[in-house]
Write a protein that binds this ligand. Structure first.
Ligand code: SIN
Length: 506
């Protein structure tokens, strides 16, 4: 174990939530005298630039067009979220959107422009206006680069390949045990404020668009600290994951439907208008359920996405990453052939409950980005609102924490070195149980049986010596149970949580 280190703020996660927070925070420190400056460390679980942010394709939504407005964007967000969003948080974030975009640009992000020099705004499902700023179809990678550009310029401190395995409240702050995956040692850190920016929970499922590190450990650690967790059952499935028989999952951006691609069934008929007048550009929960239904009717594991009506020039210019990936992964040239697609786990609309500044119900513990539940997304996130939420909430949280005082001198003599309890579980079985019970369309009996099966696995699992994989598998099991319990507790189908009505067959 290394020596205890003390920071005013520890940030777990290096995607848009974590790094934007660090950038706003460090920028403010530079305006203070040296002895008043607060210290900050960012920790990333894997390679620091391999985040869900870096993988984002579509873009960031912001009402920057003259024909658009904050109120229209707010209305689309509420509409997609089934009107259970927190209206004041939604208004606060969207009002901040245009400034957040300018901040990203000042950090080095580049958004595509048209021939007139205006932003080339894309359209995605549920938006009444084209308002998606993008960098071709690799927006996230460009934003991630800009975040690091600014962070490095500010001389931010970062530790990569370290996973937080235990957090305890200690005095007014937190003692965090980091496990260094490369050096294979523990680093104890004491911090006054702890910011979770650990991303999503995709790795709880068999198929996901999320990175391999996205198994919700920030949510798990916050739950262990007693923080309120809200709406874990609100799992968004992206309608168009690439259907791959073998190999890694891949997202086909909604921007392709925004550019005119259409969903077709196995008779090659366009079907979305049967389900919603907005067709292929209805909000994601509606499109995913329609696809699920068409797959069931045809007894096939996918439907088709037809991009062949879009001009080849437009496709080459805007979707080169997707074209290449479809060829490499499934041997399909989307400029001439139909793409097989299926709904795929994409985003957690719930998470650690926060207020409008990102503060959780535990004093000093903040959550930003996908691991948080701010109320912006309601029961179904509007496309491209997630990068927006990440940067705006980072700003609000940083302003709040920057108003605080420097850490009080701490003398911690008793660093808890006991490693967390962990179980040896067959994680593939856990993922299968959760994926079948908590998919696009749910069934009350299946969810109840799934919880019983997972509890049974937990009771019969052996305790094991510490290994990162076992720690993650234990988190996967515990969060899967929490997610299903939340789903069962919801009486009504709403947004992404859709439970089949019970049919009376007498
Ligand atoms: C996409 O490009 O379709 C994903 C965008 C998002 O999830 O907001």
């Amino acid at each position: 174990m290394s020596k205890l280190k003390v920071y005013d703020v520890l940030v777990l996660g290096s995607g848009i939530g974590g790094l934007s927070f660090a950038n706003y925070f460090l920028e403010k420190q530079q305006t203070k005298s040296l002895n008043e400056q607060l210290s900050l460390l960012v920790v990333s679980k894997g390679e620091a630039d391999q985040t869900n942010t870096a993988w984002a394709q579509g873009g960031i939504a912001a009402p920057v067009n003259e024909a658009d407005s904050v109120s229209l964007h707010v209305m689309d967000t509420l509409n997609a979220g089934a009107f259970v969003n927190d209206v004041s948080v939604t208004e606060k974030i969207i009002t901040q959107a245009a400034e957040a975009v300018q901040d990203l640009i000042s950090w080095g992000a580049e958004f595509d422009k048209n021939k007139m020099g205006e932003f080339d705004l894309g359209l995605e499902g549920g938006h009444s206006n084209a308002r998606i700023l993008h960098h071709r179809d690799v927006t996230g990678a460009n934003i991630q680069k800009a975040l690091f550009n600014k962070f490095n310029h500010l001389k931010g401190e970062l530790k990569a390949q370290c996973v937080a395995i235990k957090v305890t409240k200690s005095g007014k702050g937190f003692l965090v045990l980091l496990y260094d995956k490369v050096e294979k040692i523990l680093h104890p850190i004491y911090c006054a404020q702890l910011v979770m920016a650990t991303g999503g929970i995709g790795q709880l499922f068999l198929h996901t668009t999320n990175t391999k590190d996205s198994n919700g450990d920030g949510i798990f650690l916050a739950h262990q600290l007693g923080a309120a967790i809200r709406d874990l059952a609100m799992v968004q499935f992206h309608p168009t994951g690439l259907y791959v028989k073998e190999g890694k999952d891949f997202l086909i951006t909604e921007a392709l439907r925004g550019a005119g691609a259409e969903l077709l069934n196995h008779e090659h008929e366009s079907f979305m208008l049967k389900y919603d007048q907005r067709g292929s550009l209805a909000p994601r929960d509606i499109v995913s359920r329609a696809i699920w239904n068409e797959m069931k009717l045809a007894v096939k594991p996918f439907v088709w996405l037809d991009a062949t009506k879009i001009s080849i020039d437009h496709l080459n210019q805007h979707f080169s990453n997707i074209i290449k990936n479809c060829i490499d992964r499934v041997g399909i040239d989307l400029r001439k052939e139909l793409i097989p697609v299926m709904p795929i786990q994409h985003y957690s609309c719930g998470g650690i409950l926060t207020d409008e500044f990102g503060m959780s119900t535990v004093e000093g513990l903040y959550a930003i980005g996908e691991c948080a539940s701010t109320g912006l997304h309601g029961a179904n996130r509007l496309a491209s609102n997630s990068l927006l939420e990440g940067i705006c909430m980072a700003k609000f949280a940083s302003e709040k924490i920057n108003g605080g005082k420097q850490i009080e001198t701490v003398s911690i003599t008793n660093i808890p070195t006991d490693l967390p309890d962990q179980l040896s579980v067959d994680v593939d079985q856990v993922k299968l149980i959760l994926s079948e019970a908590a998919g696009v369309v749910r069934n009350r009996l299946s969810m109840t049986n799934a919880v019983e099966n997972l509890e049974h696995l937990k009771r019969n699992a052996l305790n094991t010596l510490f290994e990162v994989a076992d720690f993650e598998n234990t988190v996967t099991l515990e969060l899967s149970i929490l997610l299903l319990q939340d789903a069962i507790s919801k009486e009504e189908s709403i947004g992404v949580h859709y439970v089949e009505p019970i049919t009376d067959n007498r």
